[in-house]
Design a protein around this ligand. Structure first.
Ligand code: NGQ
Ligand code: ZN
Length: 455
């Protein structure tokens, strides 16, 4: 048993001072407030629940910053995707493990304590399945285990290159399964995940572009009690193609035909009508918002005000991992809303409520739900997924309570994340992961080869 002492901490019931948190077996077993530190307590300034990262394609960290050069024609999401596919086609299992480990170190150092890995790079470079269908999934599991981040693995079902069962393109060959092969992949992934305790396995139909309604119905039960994630309505072209195919918009289609509910996470959900927004919120679907990537890819702006006023749930994801940061995602989310609506404090709960606090708590709750994980709160019975902030960071000086969150998210030049615990084990100290050096060195070898060969 260990105990942590925080001068102030954000508990389920709100901010408290003089907080002792007892931990045993990876869980929070006791929370005392208004108390002094005990002799053996490890002392910290500010305590927060760890943040779930509900949507990641870890391998894409390898191309971060490489797709910012203008091409011959208009640059779009679709031209970015061509470059992303070149990276995907170049990577061997060792590369995937090396790049994922770096991405997960960066996530932990940023304050993310669990990742939802939307994993679709299944097969060998020529498109042939590996002898072990979970060869690549296993590399994700090893990277998560090695770095300590909690894992919700979302093996992706991908069968088509466009709406209505179109054939996949040759450069999508590493992603493609039929429902039977996908069943074997899920089974093998479940076995491999036994190596990383408390990982959760869900199912991720890639998008309505990549699956038919029949396939969607066939794979859904493979999720068991786990979550179901899908990309939808990220780009206007996808909305138009979906309308042409079905007469309905992607989110509308998912709510009506797939009965998307609180087990579902719709990733992006960028382009929705007011009615879709309200219905998605009412259905309890979690919106998987990835504001930094959505800005980087030129996707559009989520209908934040209407979704929030309809009681919608959301979490944040670092998606392409072009830049990994808790504060970066939350700030970008709010700033896009401000620029769009020409207002301030758009995502705040209401008069007198801090925008930083509203964003942080909503994303922690929605993210945990979407990852099939226990609630992300500091309370007895919850996993001891915790982060501490450095109160000596200049941005945080003389800030207390909600103002700490506002300062971190909107005003800190350097990250104030100090220590990060996952299931009671400290994986980040003084802002650094202990294996960072070794993991960066391995990443450097992989990326040197990949850039020389393909990018
Ligand atoms: C992905 N990423 O699966 O990695 C997608 C791009 C697609 C984002 N949408 C590929 N951010 O949607 O076809
Ligand atoms: Zn994605």
């Amino acid at each position: 048993m260990a105990s942590l002492y925080f001068e102030e901490a954000l508990l389920k019931s709100g901010w408290a001072t003089g907080v002792r948190i007892e931990i045993a077996g990876g869980l929070i077993t006791g929370v005392e407030t208004g108390t002094r530190a005990g002799a053996g307590d490890e002392r910290h300034a500010i305590g927060l629940p760890g943040m779930p990262n509900l949507h990641s394609h870890a391998f894409q960290r390898g191309m971060a910053g490489l797709a910012e050069i203008r091409g011959p024609d208009e640059d779009t999401f679709w031209t970015w995707r061509e470059m992303m596919y070149r990276l995907a086609l170049a990577m061997c299992p060792d590369d995937v493990e090396a790049v994922a480990a770096l991405a997960y170190v960066e996530m932990l150092e940023a304050g993310f304590t669990r990742v939802g890995e939307f994993h679709y790079l299944h097969h060998d470079r020529d498109g042939r399945p590996f002898r072990d269908p979970a060869e690549m999934a296993g590399r994700i599991i090893v990277a998560a285990g090695e770095t300590g981040i909690g894992l919700t693995l979302l093996p992706v079902f991908y069968a088509h290159g466009g709406f209505g069962g179109q054939s996949p393109a040759p450069n999508q060959r590493r992603f493609i399964c039929d429902p039977d092969a996908f069943g074997r992949l899920i089974e093998a992934s479940r076995r491999a995940a036994l190596a990383h305790p408390r990982s959760v396995i869900g199912v991720a139909p890639h998008s309505l572009r990549a699956v038919t309604p029949e396939e969607l119905a066939a794979i859904q039960p493979l999720a068991g009690d786990g979550p179901i994630h899908i990309h939808a309505a990220e780009q206007l072209r996808e909305v138009d193609d979906c309308l042409a195919w079905s007469g309905r918009r992607p989110v509308e289609w998912l709510l009506e035909e797939a009965a998307a509910d609180s087990r579902w996470c719709i990733v992006h959900a960028t382009h929705m009508t007011q009615e879709e927004t309200q219905r998605m919120a009412a259905a309890g679907v979690v919106a998987g918002l990835c504001p930094v990537t959505e800005a980087n890819l030129g996707d559009g702006i989520f209908n934040g005000p209407h979704f929030m006023s309809s009681g919608g749930r959301f979490g944040i994801g670092s998606d392409s991992n072009v830049l990994v940061g808790v504060a970066d995602e939350l700030r970008q989310l709010e700033y896009a809303q401000r620029l769009h609506g020409r207002q301030r404090n758009v995502m705040s709960r209401g008069e007198g409520a801090s925008t930083g606090r509203t964003l942080y708590e909503a994303a922690a709750q929605g993210g945990a739900a979407a990852l099939g994980a226990p609630a992300a709160v500091l309370a007895p019975g919850a996993p001891a997924d915790i982060l501490s902030l450095d109160a000596a960071n200049p941005a945080l000086l003389e800030r207390r309570g909600d103002r700490v969150l506002d300062a971190w998210i909107f005003a800190a030049r350097t990250s104030p994340v100090d220590c990060v615990w996952v299931r009671g084990r400290k994986w980040v100290e003084a802002g650094r992961h202990p294996a960072r050096e070794r993991i960066v060195a391995r990443y450097r070898r992989s990326i040197a080869r990949l850039v020389a060969a393909e990018l």
